[in-house]
Design a binder for this molecule. Sequence first.
Ligand code: DGT
Ligand code: CA
Ligand code: CA
Length: 575
Amino acid sequence: MKNKEIADKFTEIAHLLEIKGENSFKIRSYQKAAETIEALDHDIKDDYLSGNLEELDGIGKNIAAKISEYLIGGKITKLEDLRKEVPRGLLEMLKVQGLGPAKIRLIYEKLGVKTMRGLDIAARRGELAALPGMGEKSAANILRGLEIANRMDGRLLISTAENMAEDFLAVIRKSCDEALACGSLRRGCETIGDIDLLAVSEKPEKTIDSFVKIPGVEKVIASGSSKASVFTSGNVQIDLRVVPEKSCGAAMLYFTGSKEHNIALRKRALDKGYTLNEYALSDQKSGKYIAGKTEKDVYKRLGLDYIPPELRENRGEIERSALGDLPSLIEAEDIKGDLHLHSVYSDGSVEIRALASRASELGYGWIAVCDHSMSLTIARGLSINNLMKKKKEIDSLNKTSRVKILFGAEVDILPDGKLDYPDKVLRELDVCLGAVHAAFNQSTEVLNKRIMRAMDNPYLDVLAHPTARLIGKRPELPLDMEKVTEKAADKNIILEVNAFPDRRDLKEDHIRMALAKGVMLSLGTDSHALRHMDNMRYGLMNLRRAGCEKKDVLNTRTAPALLKIISARRKKAGG
Ligand code: DGT
Ligand code: CA
Ligand code: CA
């Protein structure tokens, strides 16, 4: 039966006509035909064979002819022609929430953007916001829609999921006492399967009702007296649970997971003569309520110290907690600066002065402005001349700046492992980040040699986004990370945890590997715009999930302490 195929073809025609800006009457007629054919309870071929096509609702002579054409020859000439006229990528863009045919046409005509990749780049560069009738907000919506449309294996980047969760929470909070996101989101995972929200209220029906009526809800999957699940218009699942206050802690524990952590915890409860579920920790025999209002209460009655959500993966945290041996995880307040910022000197969109003033708002004491080096022309890498101009500007700003500005660079590690400035220039930098930005396709052997050679340069202080992965887009470089971390330990090289939500590089496993060898880590947001500076917490999540403490991270030091560490390491490395 070809009904679905034909309906899809007409939908595509309607979309292509819309992007072309044809009259809405014509577009509507194709949409209507598609709907009719889709809803038929018999094979459309029967109507064709009996000559009754035009009797179907919304199907006239013109469309009937196209159905016949398809049933006979397997194609529709009109569609083939339209496909030639309208770039393929524009049609794909219709999948992006917040982006209709009119906007797609505008973006294509004004910016020449005709692929999803191009759209992504334009959105990140802020070019969409500058279009007539667009603005920051709709550009941000498109960027989010783009991330959702491009999601990997149905999972969202945590940054996207967090934004969505916050939008929903803002509404839910109006009809409950408290609400928060649990699940993988609260544990700070890289990607999120679905969003789990928990609300505390003695009147759950009211909260559920306000939740399922949120305009972003496309479909209600299930809705009961204390829980509901919905799909948003971008096909993201959101689960909500509403519990009374006395169950809040037990429910937070349950819905934060991980499942493995929960199972281990429940077993521990049983061993102690209790039962643990999402409502409470209770006495196994009498069923009496023991604890449940806060997570801490539950842990305590199980003989455990509070376990931060990032550690709840049943990877030994319960045993360590029982021994009072949990790491004292690094906190946001411990971070005194951002070690990886770009400015207008290279491909950033922000003046150094503005970076410093935002840093001051964030409570930082210093920043390192690390623009690209000269070979990276696509990112407007700095010539030595411009690098020295930048130094002058930094020196001058530092006379009055509240936040100490460190003169840095993100120097390319060239295909042969050399760094992209001569040593006498590198020596001038307060901090030198080295990174791979090109020749990703080298053989594993060549690549490993390249990195090792770069790490032999005494002026390479920090290896930035070491594996160069982009979550869901580009795999990790096939580096021998045991060797890289060993070498970092040997040469006192600091390994970056890049905080950009689609990088998060180093990832947790590699951080653990580095920690075990005593390697120091650093955090950098890799900001190219002011709002990127808020991404610090995604890097922090990786550090916390890997069990890092304050002492393990360079960003917890004051500027003078940091500079001392850098100069000591250079000296030891022979610089
Ligand atoms: P996700 O959504 O794939 O990113 O990962 P989670 O961890 O958010 O998983 P999800 O949404 O399936 O469930 C949320 C939490 O609910 C999970 O972390 C622990 C709890 N949970 C779900 N299913 C089970 C289960 O079968 N047993 C136990 N003990 N807990 C469960
Ligand atoms: Ca989830
Ligand atoms: Ca869920």
